[in-house]
Design a protein around this ligand. Structure first.
Ligand code: 13P
Ligand code: SF4
Length: 325
């Protein structure tokens, strides 16, 4: 442990080839780099596995490496630690949080849950370990619909923290789940007006969207799914043009898999051309190099909390395996 936290101010020698250095350190320290699709292209290119939240959790659970370096946000690294507690889990920037996770504080959620004691709590993986510990089953955008549908139709359900994903599942399954009022700052700022304009400019384009987007945006989508589902749809589709409504990092894999197709990032309701998650984008190659070299910052967890949060995640993974996901 670098007690003086000196690694935070560490400057990286500009002459280093970070791709080579990271490759070397990774092998030397038997480390696996797991990266979410929302990471910068160069981080995706040095990762051993790139995936959505479900794929990353599955990969973390089965990893045999000594160290897991998680290029994503805090709740994802935390999930990796919960699923594989004997491993050292590194996160390049401890400040890589999540607005959706922040929108669900544990004490307020515990009070909400206590008001509805007959409800089962299904919680989206984008939340803190404290919230997971208060949940019955975790889900991701890849398996949320199937998990909800696996429960009896008359079972009252609390769904947290994403109200947009919850509303989408309610619509899709005909349920009336009680929704926590949380949302993702990235997915809720897509501009409906700009989307309509883009559709007019690109009449042949298929609109593909993540279910964290708001309902009026989702109404325009030809396909709705998790980041992996959106990527797979774009690969298999015979269409050549796509308007993409999720964080812009996914475009790297879309373009790599289908170089002959055009991917247009839908713009947010501000002056930016595309929509980046400021938390995901805190990670850089330099920070990954430092994290690998000094094995810091390490994600550490209270053992009791870890065990409590593990049960609903394991339930999700078991159900996902049953659904063939
Ligand atoms: P998925 O990884 O399930 O597609 O969710 C996207 C997301 O917002 C991750 O932060
Ligand atoms: Fe959280 Fe949204 Fe960023 Fe995903 S994209 S990490 S849900 S703020």
């Amino acid at each position: 442990m670098l007690l003086d936290k000196g690694y935070l101010d560490m400057k990286v020698d500009k002459s280093l080839d970070l791709f080579d250095e990271i490759k070397y350190l990774k092998k030397e320290k038997n480390t696996v780099i797991l990266a979410h699709y929302y990471q910068d292209a160069d981080i995706q290119d040095i990762a051993d596995y790139i995936g959505d939240s479900l794929g990353l959790a599955q990969e973390a659970q089965k990893s045999t490496a000594n160290i897991i370096l998680f290029a994503g946000v805090h709740f994802m690294a935390e999930t990796a630690k919960i699923l594989n507690p004997s491993k050292k889990v590194l996160i390049p920037d401890l400040k890589a949080g999540c607005s959706l996770a922040d929108s669900c504080p544990a004490d307020a959620f515990a009070a909400f849950k206590a008001e509805h004691p007959d409800h089962i709590v299904i919680t989206y993986i984008n939340c803190t370990a404290d919230i997971k510990a208060l949940s019955d089953i975790i889900c991701t955008s890849s398996n949320a619909v199937q998990i909800v549908e696996s429960l009896p139709k008359d079972q009252p359900i609390i769904f947290a923290p994403d109200k947009n994903l919850g509303a989408y599942i309610n619509k899709k399954t005909g349920r009336n789940m009680l929704l926590w009022n949380g949302s993702c700052m990235v997915h809720e700022i897509f501009s409906l007006q700009k989307l309509i304009k883009l559709k007019i400019q690109h009449p042949q384009a298929k609109v593909i969207a993540h279910p964290e987007c708001e309902a009026p945006i989702l109404e325009h989508a030809h396909f709705i799914g998790s980041t992996t589902a959106l990527l797979n749809y774009s690969k298999k589709s015979a269409d050549k043009e796509f308007i993409v409504l999720t964080e812009a990092g996914i475009l790297h894999q879309m373009q790599k898999s289908s170089p002959d197709k055009t991917f247009i990032p839908a713009p947010p309701d501000n002056s930016c051309a595309c929509n980046d998650c400021p938390y995901m984008k805190l990670n850089t190659l330099e920070k990954i190099y430092i994290a690998l070299k000094y094995e810091q910052p390490e994600l550490l967890m209270d053992e009791q909390l870890l065990n409590k949060a593990k049960t609903p995640i394991i339930k999700m993974l078991e159900l996902s395996a049953k659904f063939g996901l």
